[in-house]
Design a protein around this ligand. Structure first.
Ligand code: EPZ
Length: 419
């Protein structure tokens, strides 16, 4: 098992290219199950979560080929049961239920277990499938969803914490082959949902309204193969913007979609940084004093929960009092106790973190607990005195392609060593 050693104090500058989006590639790869014809997906990032999805597709019977960011999938003949061994490694595996149900009218997938970032039920996914006429039962740790036929229908996918991203994706993928019209109200509007809808429409689906809270899907008889490029990863981009804020002397992100990052670039501008946006590039530069912030995470287009931990790292050394409220995963603060080991002054009050900026952080051995928390610990290490040893970096490899090499390309001093 690897660990990462971050030598603090280096300043970052130069260009970094952003990879394809993990959270877009995963449901798009699952959607290839909806047709017998070949699908070609470009800009697929090299991540362990992507490997898990390709393993699931192969297990279900699909032919999968992969060469430097291009994945070709042909799911001519498939089975409908996804095994616990693979599914337990990645919650997002749940998004194969929709395409299997849409195409084969049944799916059996291991029910996702606990997650360190908080409670993550799939009740809204099942509610959506039920509205299409499907039934489900849970047995032996699996959820089996099945239907004689699927009929288009109207539903709301709003939960206590708002819309559901993978729930919207899953129901959309089941409804494209249903008989009649489906209307999803309180749909998630994330760019990854739009990217999936664009891919499905290229396959011959009839989806309108993706990117709004109301998605209308006209069911079709069958779908055909298609070719698609996955959008840039806005969370990887946001993470590198925070790295540029923390230790940068002018860092330029290449191949980003700035319109997907407005809430993040607005927050960094309010925090005292200069953001220059030109075409598909964003440059972040220091611009005087860092300013404290009040931030609340919410569904897109508001401030993303997947950037909350990284902002904690920035605000840990920002003079003054900052306040972050996490509304999507109220317990998503596993990084806080580790940052406090580095000298941060953060107090938690339920879903709210109060951050008192400190003058210095010192490097320490810290434990990564989940994907974004591990990225935040690397960012905290960049601005700490001495060496920060981030353990269990397999978490970071789930969602960041070559993060240590990319940061070293900007002038950081990071080593990856065998634990
Ligand atoms: C997606 O997860 C992302 N994962 C997450 O990113 C991201 O944090 C999350 O959306 C929110 O933006 C992928 O796209 C693979 P949700 P998802 O269903 O779809 C509750 C990362 O770091 N809920 O939108 O699983 C749920 O508990 C990952 O890349 C229900 O109550 O999240 C949460 O509080 C981590 N019932 C809220 O809704 C349901 O049936 C939003 O969850 C489903 C969700």
């Amino acid at each position: 098992m690897d660990k990462i050693l971050v030598h603090g104090g280096a300043s970052l500058s130069g260009n970094v290219k952003i990879s394809g989006s993990k959270n877009s590639a995963l449901p798009i790869l699952a959607a290839t199950l909806l047709t017998k014809e070949p699908c070609v997906i470009h800009h697929v990032p090299d991540l362990s979560d992507i490997h898990y999805m390709l393993q699931i597709l192969s297990h279900l019977g699909a032919q999968v080929e992969r060469a430097s960011g291009v994945v070709t999938v042909q799911a001519e003949k498939i089975i409908t049961e996804a095994p616990y061994e693979i599914v337990r490694k990645m919650r997002a595996s749940v998004c194969v239920i929709g395409p299997l149900l849409g195409r084969e009218k049944e799916a059996t997938v291991s029910l996702p277990g606990g997650c360190v970032i908080g409670d993550r039920p799939i009740d809204l996914h099942l509610k959506g499938f039920e509205a299409l006429g499907a039934m489900h039962r849970i047995e032996n740790g699996n959820v089996k969803v099945f239907a004689g036929e699927l009929k288009g229908s109207s539903m709301s996918l709003r939960g206590k914490q708002g819309p559901t991203v993978l729930g919207t994706d899953n129901v959309m993928m089941a409804a494209v082959l249903a008989d009649g019209t489906t209307v999803i109200d309180s749909a998630a509007a994330e760019p990854e949902v739009v990217d999936l809808a664009n891919f499905l429409n290229k396959m011959g689906a009839k989806i309108e309204g993706a990117g709004t809270r109301r998605i209308v899907i006209e069911g079709v008889k069958e779908l055909h193969g298609a070719e698609h490029s996955v959008i840039p990863d806005r969370i990887e981009a946001g993470t590198f913007l925070v790295a540029g804020a923390i230790a940068g002397k002018g860092v330029t992100l290449k191949r980003v979609d700035p319109s997907h990052l407005t809430a993040v670039t607005d927050a960094l501008t309010r925090a005292g940084f200069l953001l220059k946006i030109e075409g598909d590039t964003i440059t972040i530069s220091p611009n005087g004093v860092w300013k404290p912030l009040e931030l609340t995470t919410n569904p897109y287009p508001d401030f993303p929960t997947d950037m909350q931990a990284q902002m904690c790292a920035l605000l840990a050394k920002t003079p003054g009092i900052s306040v972050i409220t996490e509304t999507i995963f109220p317990q998503r603060y596993m990084h806080v106790s580790e940052m406090k080991r580095m000298g941060a002054d953060i107090s938690l009050n339920g879903a709210t973190a109060v951050i008192k900026g400190v003058e210095r952080l010192s490097g320490a051995p810290v434990m990564a607990s989940d994907l974004r928390a591990s990225a935040a610990l690397v960012l905290a290490g960049l601005q700490s005195e001495g060496i920060t040893e981030v353990n269990r970096v397999y978490h970071i490899d789930r969602g960041y392609e070559l993060i240590d090499e990319k940061l070293n390309g900007l002038g950081a001093h990071i080593e990856r060593v065998k634990a």
